[in-house]
Design a protein around this ligand. Structure first.
Ligand code: CDP
Ligand code: MG
Length: 888
C-alpha cells in the first residue's frame, strides 16, 4: 500500500472500495438515517413490531416475516474434534440447550440478539455453533468484538483450545498485537479494531458473521459499531453477500437496540439463554464506607481465608495499582513459595518496553514540510480505553441486609498470619499480559486457596472458575469529562447497582456463595441503577472525527443506539471546524440552515491525517503540523506527556510526623530545582511547562528510565513508562501516515534548539486554539480580583497560572494552557507563552479580521489590545475574538 506520494490531484485506487462506491455508501447511510427519522415519526407501526419482541424465548421464529430475503442457511456441517473433557464441560453450559433456536434465528434473520447470564457460554460457544454450521469458509470469517483486550485475547485462546484448532485458525487482534493469519476463520478483536477495519473496507467483505459481544457494556465503540452495522447489513444484502449480525449481551436491557426504530427496519429476534445461578448471600458493611477500601479488602480476605470453608475468593478493586498493592500485601501475609510470584509485572514490563524501543530504532531521515494525503485513513485513532470499563447488568441476586460478621476473634490487622493454608494470589486487569491473565482459569495448586484480585474485567467479560466468595469495594474507576476544559480524567466513584449485583453474581457460578460488600445497604440504595452509556458521558470530538473520516457527514442523523447530547455534538463539530479538521460550511441562508450546515461538514484533508493519530483531536492537530524543522519527536513527546498527565510526584500532602514533613519538603525542593533545570535557558523557557515535561522525559530516558531515577527526582515512574509506550505508538502512527518520515524515537532525545522551541510553541498554539489566555488589562485591573489574572475565551472569571507552573512568576502576556483546574481559584496548568502576532496566522477561525491598513503599526499593542499581523502581502488590522479585545 502506498502512502508516500499521494496528493489530492492524483487519486489512486483504494484496495477495497473506490471513491464512487464510498459515495454510494455514504448516500446509503444518510438515506437510511433519514428513513430512520421518518419511522420515528410514525410510532404506531413500530409499536406493533416491538410488541412481538416481548416474548423472548424461544422467539427465534418471531420475526420470520421480517426477513423475506433469501436465507443463507449453510448446507454443510463441519465436524469439530473436541477433547472428551471439553465436550463434557460444554454440554453443561446453558447455551447448549438453545443451540437449535439460536441457529434457526440466525439462519432466518439478518440480525439476532442473544441475551444470557454471564458464564452461560455465549462468547465461547456461539462462534463454535456458527463454525459447525458452515458459516466460515474460504470466502468469509466470523468476527467477534469485545470491548476489552483481556477478553479478546483470552477468549480466542479458549475457543481454539475447545475446538482443538490451531491459533492460526482461531485468532485475535488487539490494537498493536495479534496472531491473525490467512487461515483465520474465527477472529476475536476489540471493538476499536473492527471500527478501524470499517474505515478500510466499509462492507466488511471478509466477514460472513459479525458478533458484537458484551453489548450491555455500552462502550462507545460498540455503540458506534452497532449503528454502522445496522447500515452495512442491508448494503451487503443488496450486493447479494449477506452478512449476519449477532448482538450478545449479558443482560435483558437490550431495548436500546431492539426498540430503536432508527437502527433496524425489522425488530431483531431476542434469544434468551437462562443460566443456572446459585443463591448468593449478600453481606453489607454496617459501618459507613471507608476511604481505605483497599485496606478493608485486605482484612476481609484475611478473615475469609482464616475462618471460612474452601472456595475461591474474588476481590473487586478499581485499578491496576491497587490490584498490585493488595496482591503484595496478601502474598506477604500468606506466603506461598512456588508460582506465587505473578506480581512484579512492572519490572518485566519495563524491560520489555526497553527492548521494543531498541528494536524500533531506525536510521533517521531528513523531514520536510507536512504532506497531507487524502488516502491516509488506514490507521484509526482508536482509543481502546486502557481503563476498565464498568459493566451494567440487572442480574438479580438474592440480597439480605444482614452483616454476617466474620467474627472479632481476629481483629488484628498485622500482615503476618499463622494460617497453614497458602493463598494463591493472582492479579487480573485489562493490561496484564495474556499469559498471566490465563492463570486465573487454571485450577490453583493443590492445597491452596485461589484469590483473584481484579478490576471490573472480572465483572462480565471473564468467568473465573471456582469462586465462592466475592469481596466488593463498591468503587469503580471512571472517566469524567471536565465541562470547563473539555479534558477528561479518571476518578474513582461508587459503581451502579447493576454492576454491584453482577459482581455478587460471580460468587454463585458453581455453588451457593457469599458476597461481602464493603459499604452499607443505605449507600447501595443511593447507587445509580445503571451506568449511562459511555457515549453520553464523554466528549465526542474524537468520535465525530472518526465518523467524518468514514464519510458520515450528517452525524446528527446517525443511528446511535443512544445519541450523545446535541450540545456535545455541536461543540465537537465547532471545535473540529476551528482546528481545520472539517471543512467550514458556507454561511448563507437563515440561521437555522446555517446551524444545520454546521452539523454536516465534511472532513478536510488535514482532518484525515488527524484521524490517524490515537490522541485527542487538539493533540492530533499538533502532530499533523509538526513535520517541519525536525519537531516531530518533540511534539510526540509533549503530546504523550499531556495525554498521560501527572508526571510529577505530589509532595503537598499532610505528613504524619515532623520527620516526614522535613522529608517531603526536601523532596519538593529537589523537584522544583530539577524543574528549573528541565525548563532550559533562553527561548526554551518560553515553552514553559511543556518544556519542563520535555526536559523531564528526556532526562529520565538518559538515565535509562529507572525507578530509582524517578524516585530521586520526583517523577512518577508509572507515568514515565506510559509516556514511553505512547511515544512508541505515536511514532508508529506517524510513520504509517508518512512512510517517508522514517521516524524513530531516540529515548535519549537531545534538547530542542531555541528555534525548535519557538516552532513548538506555535504548534502547541495551533492545537490549543480555544485555550488561549491574555493577561488582565487596564480596565479589568481596576478590580483587585484581576491582579495577576488572565482572561480566557471560555470563562468570564479571572484565571491564574497555577503556582506549580514554571511560568507562575513570569506572567507572559499571552499563554496557552492544557487545562484549567478549580481549587481555591481557577488555575491554568500546562502553560506555554505564545506571541500574539501568531494568533491571527495560526488561528484565523478565532479572529475577526478588519480592513487592511495602509500603515500598519508594529505587532501587538498592549494598551489597545490590538494585534496586527502580516498575512500574505497585506497588513490587516485584526482583533482577537477570544478575550474581549477592541474590535475594529
Ligand atoms: O460469554 P459468557 O459469559 O456467556 O460465557 P463464556 O465466556 O462463554 O464462558 C462459558 C464457560 O467457559 C464459563 O463457565 C467459563 O468458566 C468457562 N471458561 C473457561 O473455563 N476458561 C476460559 N478461558 C474461558 C471460559
Ligand atoms: Mg462473554
Amino acid at each position: 500500500r502506498r502512502h508516500s506520494s499521494g496528493s489530492e490531484s492524483e487519486p489512486e485506487e483504494e484496495s477495497h472500495s473506490s471513491e464512487e462506491e464510498k459515495e454510494e455508501q455514504k448516500e446509503e447511510i444518510e438515506k437510511a438515517s433519514d428513513s430512520g427519522l421518518n419511522a420515528a415519526e410514525k410510532p404506531e407501526e413500530s409499536i406493533k413490531k416491538t410488541a412481538t419482541n416481548q416474548q423472548a424465548v424461544p422467539s427465534a421464529t418471531v420475526c420470520q416475516t421480517a426477513s423475506n430475503k433469501p436465507s443463507c442457511k449453510p448446507a454443510v456441517f463441519i465436524p469439530v474434534d473436541r477433547a472428551p473433557e471439553i465436550q463434557e464441560a460444554r454440554l453443561k453450559l446453558p447455551i447448549l440447550a438453545e443451540e437449535q433456536s439460536i441457529m434457526e434465528a440466525i439462519n432466518e434473520n439478518p440480525v439476532v440478539v442473544i441475551c444470557g447470564e454471564t458464564g452461560s457460554g455465549k462468547t465461547t460457544q456461539v462462534p463454535q455453533f456458527l463454525y459447525e454450521a458452515g458459516y466460515t469458509s474460504s470466502t468469509g470469517a466470523i468476527g467477534i468484538t469485545e470491548p476489552r483486550r483481556v477478553a479478546a485475547v483470552s477468549m480466542s485462546q479458549r475457543v481454539a483450545k475447545e475446538m482443538n484448532l490451531s491459533r492460526r485458525v482461531v485468532s485475535y487482534q488487539i490494537r498493536y498485537e495479534g496472531n491473525v493469519t490467512d487461515e483465520t476463520q474465527i477472529k476475536f478483536m476489540t471493538d476499536g479494531v473492527l471500527l478501524k477495519e470499517i474505515q478500510k473496507d466499509f462492507l466488511l467483505s471478509k466477514y460472513k458473521v459479525v458478533i458484537i459481544d458484551e453489548a450491555h457494556e455500552r462502550s462507545m465503540y460498540t455503540d458506534i459499531l452497532i449503528g454502522l452495522l445496522s447500515r452495512i447489513v442491508p448494503l451487503r444484502e443488496k450486493k447479494g453477500l449477506p452478512l449476519k449480525l449477532i448482538i450478545m449481551s449479558a443482560t435483558l436491557r437490550v431495548e436500546d437496540f431492539t426498540e430503536n426504530k432508527r437502527l433496524f427496519s425489522a425488530v431483531p429476534p431476542v434469544i434468551q439463554v437462562d443460566a443456572r445461578q446459585f443463591p448468593v448471600t449478600i453481606h453489607f458493611n454496617k459501618k459507613t464506607p471507608l476511604d481505605d477500601y483497599s485496606g478493608e479488602c485486605f482484612r476481609k480476605v484475611c478473615k475469609i481465608h482464616r475462618m471460612l470453608p474452601s472456595g475461591g475468593i474474588l476481590v473487586f478493586l478499581t485499578g491496576q495499582a491497587e490490584v498490585h498493592s493488595l496482591c503484595r500485601r496478601l502474598r506477604k501475609a500468606f506466603p506461598f513459595q512456588k508460582n506465587n510470584t505473578a506480581g512484579d509485572d512492572d519490572k518485566e514490563e519495563s524491560v520489555e518496553e526497553i527492548r521494543k524501543f531498541k528494536k524500533s530504532r531506525k536510521r533517521k531521515k531528513a523531514m520536510t514540510l507536512p504532506k497531507i494525503d487524502l488516502d491516509n485513513y488506514s490507521v484509526i485513532p482508536v482509543d481502546e480505553g486502557d481503563e476498565d470499563r464498568d459493566a451494567e447488568t440487572d442480574d438479580d441476586v438474592a440480597g439480605s441486609d444482614l452483616d454476617l460478621d466474620l467474627g472479632d476473634a481476629d481483629s488484628e490487622e498485622d500482615e503476618k498470619s499463622d494460617s497453614s493454608l497458602p493463598l494463591y494470589v493472582l492479579p487480573l486487569y485489562s493490561l496484564l499480559a495474556p499469559e498471566k491473565q490465563a492463570k486465573v482459569f487454571r485450577p490453583p495448586p493443590p492445597g491452596t486457596r485461589l484469590c483473584v484480585v481484579a478490576t471490573n474485567v472480572a465483572e462480565t467479560s471473564l468467568t473465573i472458575p471456582g469462586i465462592k466468595y466475592v469481596v466488593d469495594c463498591g468503587k469503580v474507576k471512571k472517566r469524567f469529562y471536565d465541562k470547563i476544559t473539555g479534558v477528561s480524567s479518571f476518578r474513582v466513584t461508587w459503581t451502579s447497582q447493576a454492576s454491584a449485583n453482577q459482581r455478587a453474581g460471580r460468587a454463585g457460578r458453581t455453588e451457593p456463595g457469599h458476597c461481602y460488600r464493603l459499604y452499607s445497604s443505605a449507600v447501595f440504595m443511593d447507587f445509580e441503577q445503571f451506568s449511562a452509556p459511555e457515549i453520553t458521558k464523554r466528549p465526542v470530538e474524537d468520535l465525530i472525527l472518526q465518523m467524518k473520516a468514514l464519510n458520515i457527514e450528517k452525524v446528527i442523523n446517525f443511528p446511535f443506539p443512544t445519541p450523545p447530547p446535541a450540545e456535545a455534538l455541536a461543540a465537537a463539530e465547532e471545535l473540529l471546524i476551528a482546528l481545520g479538521a472539517l471543512k467550514e460550511p458556507l454561511m448563507t441562508g437563515r440561521l437555522k440552515e446555517q446551524q444545520t450546515a454546521k452539523l454536516s461538514c465534511p472532513i478536510s484533508p488535514l482532518g484525515r491525517v488527524m484521524a490517524t493519530f490515537p490522541v485527542a483531536p487538539r493533540y492530533a492537530k499538533m502532530l499533523a503540523l509538526s513535520r517541519q524543522h525536525d519537531c516531530l519527536p518533540y511534539t510526540i513527546t509533549i503530546v504523550s506527556a499531556m495525554t498521560v498527565r501527572e508526571l510529577f510526584e505530589e509532595y503537598d500532602r499532610p505528613a504524619v510526623s515532623e520527620e516526614e514533613t522535613a522529608k517531603l519538603k526536601g523532596k519538593k525542593a529537589r523537584l522544583l530545582q530539577m524543574q528549573r533545570i528541565w525548563a532550559g535557558q533562553g527561548l526554551l523557557q518560553k515553552l514553559g511547562d511543556l518544556m519542563v515535561m520535555l526536559g523531564a522525559v528526556g532526562a529520565c530516558e538518559y538515565a535509562g528510565c529507572t525507578p530509582k531515577f524517578c524516585e530521586e527526582n520526583g517523577l512518577r515512574y508509572k507515568a514515565m513508562l506510559e509516556i514511553r509506550r505512547l511515544r512508541g505508538q505515536l511514532t508508529t502512527a506517524v510513520n504509517s501516515v508518512c512512510s517517508d518520515a522514517g521516524l524513530y524515537i531516540d529515548p535519549k532525545m537531545k534538547p530542542p534548539t531555541e528555534a525548535q522551541a519557538t516552532y513548538l510553541r506555535q504548534i502547541v498554539l495551533a492545537g490549543l486554539g480555544d485555550h488561549v489566555a491574555r493577561r488582565a488589562q487596564a480596565e479589568e485591573l481596576l478590580d483587585d480580583k484581576w491582579k495577576n489574572a488572565y482572561k480566557t475565551a471560555l470563562l468570564d472569571e479571572p484565571v491564574f497560572i497555577h503556582p506549580s507552573s514554571i511560568l507562575f512568576k513570569q506572567l507572559p502576556e499571552f499563554v496557552v494552557y492544557q487545562e484549567i483546574v478549580e481549587t481555591t481559584k481557577l488555575y491554568m496548568k500546562g502553560v506555554s507563552a505564545v506571541e500574539p502576532e501568531w494568533i491571527p496566522v495560526l488561528l484565523p477561525p478565532y479572529c475577526h479580521f478588519g480592513k487592511p491598513l495602509e500603515n500598519p503599526p508594529p505587532s501587538y499593542c498592549p494598551e489597545t489590545g490590538r494585534i496586527r499581523c502580516h498575512r500574505p502581502s497585506v497588513f490587516y488590522r485584526v482583533s482577537w475574538q477570544l478575550p474581549a479585545v477592541e474590535v475594529d
